[in-house]
Design a protein around this ligand. Structure first.
Ligand code: DGL
Length: 262
């Protein structure tokens, strides 16, 4: 099974990308809806939650772990990797960085994410390490997660907020923009419209799914161990009608959210 966790429901964008690129592979998802959001929490807390979430996925049959949450990927990857040394762990930052560097011709890259992700400067550090001459402009967009959670996708208020957040990045004439948060792929069309049609958008959900495909191709023994019955289990630490509604709007079908408590 492919194990995927997120701070909540937004990580279903990664589930969707994995389902598209690895059809038939069994998936176990954990959304930490009781403790969401992670974007405003301390590093220590995010690390503890990420370790608990990974343990849960492994106990439920995961053979690999995808940390769909950008905030968890930003601050907890090293700890998760060092605790679960026998399990391949995929974070969403490096696949997005690699794609952004491939795409950007002017080497002017914008990053948007939660406050936690932007504050960690993880994207900047990784991009600079791979290509020191790249100019990076980042902007936290804290209102976008609650807007997606509320289902305010096509509201004029959301468009106005996106325009305001993207304005400084547009002024810097970036040619590539990394959507550094689970929820932003849901707003892709509006983001594209406001940043400009010519700007390449990098979706970290798609990028990590591609990385997993390549990894499984390169590791056929592990691939053989992955169950492929087209089954997906969705576990969450809290269930509300709103979570159900948001889940349905992201994954575009009715799914059962199974409640678990740690
Ligand atoms: N999953 C988080 C991320 O990708 C967004 C929601 C949160 O702040 O927990 O950064």
């Amino acid at each position: 099974m492919i194990g995927i966790f997120d701070s909540g429901i937004g990580g279903l964008t990664t589930v969707k990308a994995v389902m598209k690129k690895l059809p038939g592979y069994d998936i176990v998802y954990f959304g930490d809806t009781a403790r969401t959001p992670y974007g405003t929490k301390s590093c220590k807390t995010i690390i503890n939650y990420s370790l608990e979430n990974s343990k849960f996925l492994l106990e439920n049959g995961a053979k690999i772990i995808i940390m769909a949450c950008n905030t968890a990927s930003s601050v907890a990857t090293h700890k998760v990797e060092s605790y679960f040394t026998d399990t391949p762990v995929f974070e969403v930052i490096s696949p997005a960085v690699e794609k952004a560097l491939e795409q950007s011709k002017k080497q002017q890259i914008g990053i948007i994410g939660t406050r936690g992700t932007i504050k960690s400067k993880v994207y900047e550090k990784m991009i600079k390490k791979l290509n020191p001459s790249t100019r990076i402009y980042s902007a936290p967009c804290p209102l976008l997660v609650p807007l997606v959670e509320e289902g305010w996708i096509n509201r004029p208020e959301t468009t106005t907020i996106i325009k305001k957040y993207l304005h400084p990045l547009k002024a810097r004439q970036i040619d590539t923009l990394v959507l550094g948060c689970t929820h932003y792929p849901v707003l892709k069309d509006i983001i594209q419209q406001k940043i400009g049609k010519k700007i390449a958008l990098i979706d970290s959900a798609e990028a990590v799914a591609d990385k997993v495909v390549n990894y499984l191709n390169a590791n056929p023994d592990l691939d053989k161990c992955m169950s492929k019955n087209g089954q997906t289990d969705f576990f969450v630490s809290d269930v509300t009608d709103q979570f159900k509604k948001t889940a349905k709007s992201i994954i575009k079908k009715d799914i059962e959210l199974k409640h678990i408590e740690f």
